[in-house]
Design a protein around this ligand. Structure first.
Ligand SMILES: [Zn+2]
Length: 194
């Protein structure tokens, strides 16, 4: 028997049958859920949608990870009920993708700043602003370049934010490895839940 099918039938016996039909979340709601993928070494890596999670489970590339008896979602097909947990763990070591700090350009800076002006928060007419302007020796580097809307950029001119009476919403930082960023965010969120 395929390991996942074994897991699935175990879950069917222990949980699905116990909770009964009423607790089965409607398929459309279930498909909107996402599942956290852990590496083989139990590091939270990323979130995938439930279809992707099912694909990983049924192909044996991942297994259910139910470390705190958290709930998951039963997904019904005509012949089977699969229990998809909130977390899964890859069964094989994932290849560490080579990652380099991205260049300081418009695309990457806007991405880091979630496409928001770092002074007023608007999401339109975005430009790049040097916090310490270049004419005053400010460098073109991750901790001196932020996303700013045209209005804020013009208002600030060559001043520092303090001189212009403006405040940065976030202190600009160099992006970190996406997996590490995800893990930090994941554990922070869980701490809030406890
Ligand atoms: Zn602005």
């Amino acid at each position: 028997m395929h390991p996942f099918n074994k897991e699935a039938s175990r879950y069917q016996k222990s949980k699905i049958l116990k909770i009964g039909d009423q607790a089965v979340t409607r398929v459309t709601q279930v498909l909107k859920q996402s599942v956290v993928v852990f590496s083989k070494n139990y590091l939270p890596m990323t979130r995938v949608n439930i279809k992707r999670a099912i694909a990983l489970l049924v192909t044996g590339k991942a297994e259910p990870l139910d470390f705190d008896n958290s709930s998951g979602w039963p997904v019904r097909s005509p012949s089977l009920v699969l229990y998809v947990p909130e977390q899964i763990r890859l069964t094989m070591a994932s290849k560490e993708r080579v990652w380099k700090v991205p260049p300081v350009n418009r695309r990457e800076v806007l991405k880091r700043d979630h496409h928001r002006c770092q002074y007023c928060g608007v999401t339109k007419n975005l430009t790049l602003d040097h916090v310490i302007s270049r004419s005053r020796g400010g460098k073109h580097c991750w901790d001196n370049v932020v996303t700013a809307c045209e209005k804020c950029n013009a208002l600030k001119g060559n001043c520092t934010p303090a001189e212009a009476g403006m405040k940065l919403l976030n202190q600009p930082k160099t992006p970190i490895h996406p997996t590490i960023a995800f893990a930090k965010h994941f554990w922070r969120e869980r701490q809030h839940e406890v």
